[in-house]
Design a protein around this ligand. Structure first.
Ligand SMILES: *Cc1c(COP(=O)(O)O)cnc(C)c1O
Length: 378
């Protein structure tokens, strides 16, 4: 699929001509394809996309067009969606907990790689007849800081248990591998380094030579301040792998979700009302496209768009509420927004392609978000 010319050049062109009263997500395929090519060119190994960050068909199609051929899927729905768009796609099923019916679906889809963090789940793969040509990765967890929230709280085996599991994977006859996820929005390259080193220690202790090492997702997106330096993280991963494994270095795999897709969508919310106390009410909030802000913190990449003025007045710190009648529907803390912001203006939140459409609810009748394709996002 080549890049089609979008109907609108930018979000502000659409907002000013259509004046939508509902929230709109602007999608720039050119930005997504450029990010995919950055990962493909820069990451020293296989690039897979973690579908849960945004499973929209137009996202998957543009990633495929850019050259992504392998996908990290967590459910039968995600498997079917990827395969329907690209029958030759390689599937990695890295949700380490599965029902027997889910394993059967994975076998039917020809899943190439599975992850495990418990003996029970490994036995289930054997019992359900996963072919021995499949790769099975032992998922490691460490008490590592650096990300906004800790994925180790739910999944992963401690190093000692990982040794036992890795041995069992090899004894069962599967292709042995290891994986980890440093936690999402992880800006610290040292987090990957610590995991890679421990994976090497675990593999040596188990006496197993890893065919591959999947260094997970977690790459940070641009939410505040300067854009994260992805290439510095790629270099740190490569260096840590050579240092830890030497001549035995396994092939690398990564599975970015957030950093792959975040930058290719911007969310336009409309100012419904501004109260006497300066509090702003928007037409979308934490049950819609801004769901992650209470967890990850506010974004400072907010662009006001108005039919009336440029809205460049000195910023005022404001309480910002979403549209529902639930008092939790409020962004954390205070958000600095133009002092001359007016009702009917829009606020365009940049970098909202990940975990936005994927988690939207229709709570209180809100959450219907239109998607409009644009050539660029600013
Ligand atoms: C969610 C997830 C990812 C993607 O994480 P990001 O922080 O969005 O990059 C990758 N791998 C697995 C196993 C996941 O569950």
């Amino acid at each position: 699929m080549s890049l089609v010319t979008a109907l609108y050049a930018s979000p502000s062109q659409h907002l000013l001509s259509q004046a939508p009263d509902h929230p709109v997500l602007y999608f720039a395929p050119s930005v997504l394809q450029a990010t995919a090519k950055r990962f493909l060119a820069g990451f020293p190994g296989l690039v897979t996309y973690a579908v849960k960050a945004n499973d929209a068909e137009e996202v998957l199609e543009n990633l495929m067009a850019a050259g992504v051929e392998a996908f990290d899927v967590a459910s039968p729905f995600e498997m079917a969606r990827v395969k329907a768009l690209m029958p030759s796609a390689v599937l990695h099923y890295n949700n380490p907990v599965r029902s027997e019916a889910e394993v059967a679906t994975a076998i039917a889809h020809g899943v190439a790689s599975y992850s495990v963090d418990s003996m029970g789940e490994l036995s289930k793969l054997v019992r359900c007849g996963v072919p021995l040509s499949a790769e099975v990765s032992v998922r490691l967890r460490l008490p590592v800081k650096g990300a906004i929230y800790d994925f180790g709280a739910k999944f992963g085996a401690d190093p000692e248990h990982a040794v036992t599991l890795l041995r069992a994977v090899a004894e069962a006859g599967f292709v042995p591998s290891m994986t980890f996820h440093p936690g999402t929005q992880c800006a610290d390259p040292a987090a990957w380094g610590a995991y890679i080193e421990t994976c090497a220690t675990v593999a040596r202790a188990a006496g197993v030579s890893l065919s591959r090492l999947n260094v997970g997702g977690g790459y940070a997106a641009h939410r505040t301040g300067a854009a994260p330096d992805l290439e510095a993280i790629f270099a740190a991963i490569e260096l840590a792998t050579v240092r830890a494994f030497g001549a035995e270095a396994p092939a690398l795999v990564c599975e970015p979700g957030r950093a792959m897709v975040a930058e290719s969508f911007s969310l336009a919310t409309r100012v419904k009302a501004i109260r006497e106390d300066n509090a702003v009410f928007l037409n979308d909030g934490i049950y819609g496209g801004l769901a992650e802000l209470p967890i990850l913190g506010n974004i400072d990449r907010i662009e006001p768009v108005s039919t009336k003025a440029t809205r460049e007045g000195a910023p005022v710190e404001r309480v910002v509420f979403g549209p529902t009648c639930d008092s939790l529907d409020r962004l954390p803390g205070l958000v600095p927004l133009a002092g001359d912001l007016g009702e009917g203006d829009w606020l365009v939140w940049h970098g909202l392609g990940a975990y936005s459409t994927a988690t939207v609810t229709r709570f209180n009748g809100y959450g219907a978000i239109e998607v409009v394709t644009t050539d660029r996002l600013s």
